[in-house]
Design a binder for this molecule. Structure first.
Ligand code: PLP
Length: 453
């Protein structure tokens, strides 16, 4: 499709005058004269209004797994829109793509995760989790089990429940969060919080904090533990060996539900359909979004175990929860087609056997950089830790802002979109990224580290 001509200066003016973008500092946006306007994209490349081609090392916002410009997804949406653009799943109705998508997800989740509840966003999925879990315990005759254990620096969304479950300290004062009934424990961030510790010992120590908190709160009051398989927005924090197995054992020991947030890690990101399959654990609930439709339309889901659904059925009451767009037929049709593309092109296997290992090798080229303290990756998600002193985890101080955002801005100037999170640069490219593009991504980060120094 030919690129449309936009009046970019006018759009940026309108952006400042009328638009309040998500998670933004509005004074800063006004100072810089508005947002960068992204006008189109193809494959793994986005284009801005000034005509710059930028390699998208972030797959949009951790979501465009199959890459941009997929005509099949456009057609799937158009056909469904023509036939039935909307019908709801309230009041004992459903639509074909919604039901077919639920069955498909049950197949991919496997085991006891045979049921699916739909929402429009990852945040809504986690709101669903919170209400569903508390409802489950009340039906089971244990209504005191309301407490969720989560982790500091976790990200579970931006709604009242999502941001409260999340452990981003800077988000909590906005809106008077967290809401009651949420306990935050340590995150498994070895580079920052267990630098000199043995990996397994560190994993055991942070997992033990979960058990200690359960005992402190009283196991009879604890409903669930929730964690991202790999923390994304927190800085791509890959848990140490043994951590997830320990967490699962602790949940089992106290009869606590295990919720694994797969909003970023689902749909091939870690080289399996879901990240929990990589770590060999069996959650009770699995919120997912993003890669479910590769971001082409908003849709999210919660995978729910048969044990939970049995209790809901035995209770024979109404789960009075759900959204107008729960199971939206057009979004579901696009998600189904997206999954078909991932299957047909073997993208999950590609991440595991080809692109993931290639990315890990390429990242190693940055290890010698005097500013790099650590590189880490799993599948096609990774981070570069920036340090002030090689061989330590000492950070830069005295610069405006943290090192990550400074290097991120230089990367964008050099034609690569990444994210800067505190003192790290993180990457989460489309699963179709080529070897040459991976090389370019790493070269640009290396060059930008030198320029930003
Ligand atoms: N959970 C995780 C792990 C996420 O990374 C995100 C978003 O980045 C969310 C939940 C919230 O999803 P959404 O922004 O679609 O509400």
């Amino acid at each position: 499709m030919a690129a449309r001509n936009y009046n970019i200066p006018e759009l940026r003016r309108l952006d400042v005058e009328h638009h309040l973008p998500a998670q933004a500092n509005y004074a800063e946006l006004q100072r810089i004269g508005g947002s960068r306007i992204i006008t189109r994209a193809e494959g793994s490349t986005i284009y801005d209004g000034e005509g710059n081609a930028i390699l998208d090392g972030m797959a949009g916002l951790w979501c465009v797994n199959v890459g941009y410009g997929r005509e099949e997804l456009v057609r799937a949406a158009a056909e469904q829109m023509q036939e039935l653009p909307f019908y709801n799943t309230f009041f004992k109705t459903a639509t074909p793509p919604t039901v077919m998508l639920a069955a498909k997800l049950a197949e991919k989740l496997g085991g006891k995760l045979q049921h699916v509840f739909f929402n429009a966003s990852g945040s809504e999925a986690n709101d669903t989790v919170m209400r569903l879990v508390r409802y489950y315990w009340s039906l089971k005759g244990e209504p005191k089990r309301t407490v969720f254990i989560s982790r500091r620096n976790a990200y579970h969304g931006s709604t009242m429940a999502g941001a409260s479950l999340g452990g981003m300290a800077h988000m909590h004062p906005i809106g008077g969060l967290p809401i009651p009934g949420i306990e935050h424990v340590a995150q498994p961030y070895k580079f920052n919080e267990g630098f000199n510790e043995d990996e397994e010992a560190f994993g055991a120590r942070v997992a033990q904090e979960i058990e200690d908190r359960i005992i402190k709160v009283g196991p009879e009051n604890v409903a669930a533990f929730i964690g991202e398989v790999v923390q994304g927005a927190g800085g791509v924090i890959i848990p140490p060996k043994g951590y997830w197995k320990r967490v699962e054992a602790i949940c089992e020991k106290y009869g606590i539900l295990l919720v694994v947030d797969e909003v970023i890690t689902g749909f091939g990101r870690l080289g399996e359909w879901f990240g929990f399959q990589h770590f060999g654990v069996t959650p009770d609930l699995v919120p997912m979004a993003k890669g479910l439709s590769s971001g082409y339309l908003p849709i999210s889901a919660v995978g729910v175990s048969s044990d939970i659904v049995k209790v809901l059925r035995d209770g024979n009451g109404e789960f009075a929860h759900g959204y107008t767009y729960s199971g939206h037929p057009v979004a579901a049709a696009v998600a189904l087609k997206n999954i078909e593309i991932i299957e047909r092109e073997g993208l999950v296997e590609r991440v595991k056997n080809d692109a993931g290992p290639y990315f890990a090798e390429a990242l190693k080229r940055l290890e010698g950089d005097p500013l790099v303290g650590e590189v880490r990756s799993l599948g096609l998600i990774g981070a570069v830790e920036i340090v002030a002193k090689k061989g330590t985890n000492e950070r830069f101080t005295g610069k405006e802002g943290k090192a990550g955002p400074i290097v991120r801005d230089t990367c964008i100037k050099n034609g690569l979109m990444v994210r800067g999170i505190r003192d790290s640069v993180v990457m989460c490219p489309p699963l179709i990224i080529t070897h040459a593009e991976i090389d370019r991504m790493i070269d640009i980060i290396g060059r930008s580290l030198r320029e930003a120094e």
